[in-house]
Design a protein around this ligand. Sequence first.
Ligand code: ADP
Ligand code: MG
Length: 692
Amino acid sequence: MNNNEIFDKPVQYIKMVGPRRALTMENLNITTFGELIYHFPRDYQDRSFFQPVHKYKQNDIATVKGTVTGIQELKPRKNLTIIKAAVHDGEAVFYAVWFNQPYIKKQVHKGVQIIVTGKMDKNFGAMQVQVNDFEIISSGQELINSGRVVPIYPLTEKLGQRSLRQIMYYALEEWRHKISEFLSAAILNKYNLPGLQEALSQIHFPSDMQSANNARRRFIFEELFILQLVLALRRQKNNLQKKQHQYDSNGNLVNEFLSKLSFQLTNAQKRVWQEISADMLYLYPMNRLVQGDVGSGKTILSTLALLKAAESGYQGALMAPTEVLAEQHYLNLLEETEGLNVKTALVSGSMTAKEKMPVLEKIKSGEIQVVVGTHALIQEAVEFANLSLVVIDEQHRFGVRQRASLQYKGFIPDVLVMTATPIPRTLAMTLYGDLDISIIDEMPPGRQPVQTHAVKPSSMDKVYMLLKNEIKAGRQAYVVCTLVEESDKIDVQPAVETAGYLQEKIFINYKVGLLHGRMKQDEKEETMKRFRQKKIDILVSTSVIEVGVDVPNATVMVILDAHRFGLAQLHQLRGRVGRGDKLSYCVLVCEPTSEEAKERLYAMTVISDGFKLAEKDMQIRGPGEFLGTRQSGMPELKIADPVSHVKIMDAARKEAYQLIRDDPALKVSENKLLKAEIHRRINRKGTYIDIS
Ligand code: ADP
Ligand code: MG
């Protein structure tokens, strides 16, 4: 049996599991043996030290071993059952007590040897241990729950610590020895890491804390090493083929665009544009990530790159994660390139076949130079005449990366990825280690932080006052309703109702507009145009406007039900104001119920820097959730935390790149197991990514 066969074994065939437990364990994302044994303890309790009961003080967490000399069940009142066992530890008798666990009397009998762990209670002269965990000692069986360093697992309903420990113990005992090591001995030695079998045993049932920590170190290294290998392999693949296109150095679209611009590029923008142009002129395809906070001016850079492609006789594609965002980008581009000789088109899932046909024709013929759409652009039947550049707008959805399929239909395009939420550099390296990174670390001049307040729905009157004052001063405002789910499905009803209510009841003398994802394309364009022309004072919208909308005269952003939005999304929405030199406001109307929501909203009111907010977000949600590594086609990080394990990551990165240099296709026989393991990890749940 090879590792893959063992790891992929359905968990229900493991001892003590069965179909029903298997279903329960799915809640922990455990469906296979491999997922089970990589379900690591979140903590340990050292219960390896025990001593006679009389040596413990009141309230100590005591671990004591002894013989049960008697057992009784008490019911002092309704709803309270106490099991009380007298235990002799060789020197004295004490009572082990369990509250409301009547089934204990089926497990603990007179005469058995027992180890109990729990809080010491010395009231009234009697010694009592309120049992938290216990273990019955039977000869020849290793201790699992007490009398040792005990694993504490993340749990789910209907699966307790004791059961999970027992399942884990049997699973390891039966299968551990059949698993083969996939890291090289050289690496294990160099970093002093335990082998796989040993590490598995020690991370779950460590002989002491030191061994547990060593085992953890191995799995952290293992995860980061495989992650970096995937990145190194992708990077290598990028540099395998020279590109077939060559940009024109005498084109005029870029220059024309720059000369019409009403402002100077910031130094950061100039630097990044130089980096992008240099990449575009290079022999091998560009693979660059541009990172910059909301409002730092990323759009111009993608526009410049797209114009560069167009002026050289090629086509560029701009892809967004959702239809809604794609439409936004399209509108922006139209506006930005007004008066320039460049043809832009949107390919949208909501277009009818009849609408789509002529557009696809023109893309195929090369008449349209800039195509905007979702990531589906690349997978669908869109045929290009001459594609040389793909710009991917990932916004804050780091997770969803499908660049693997970009090299298709004979084109080897330059790739530029834009990300809105600045992330710590080390993290960027983790997620984008296969890319070169450019950072826009400077805001356009004259920006003031947006004043942000969280208010209850009962204070709407004050919010309306603020809106009226700003509108009187000649400014405009946004009111954002409802939540856009990950998909493109939007419930537009609240926005429609809110717009009606505000127009008819509150802002009778002003003009309230409405924008949502179900409107027709030309209606949306018309509405945005009227908002830009100040013919609309208040734009009520779904979070369509989250990205890209850019009207510097707008100074108020009111977000209804703000507790339902994530931090990144709130920050994006807030980024729609504060784009000019006037003081702007963001009002979060909310009724937070969870602690997490409260933390998020508070963070918004005190932090304006996107970089710091991203760190906060990661703190609140944990790196795994924050990075969205689960659906990303990237190996999952279960134990490694790219932020706190920077040193291990550096080592892993160094080793990964070295290995790929020495054995680019992982063909050498001693790397075969490693290669299989990489494949196993990135191809889980149906996503197939070719790394060979
Ligand atoms: P983001 O990085 O969020 O995509 P945008 O590209 O939408 O930001 O730019 C935000 C706003 O700043 C836009 O109104 C844009 O025209 C303006 N802007 C961009 N660069 C500069 C600059 N160098 N000087 C002044 N304003 C700028
Ligand atoms: Mg933008």
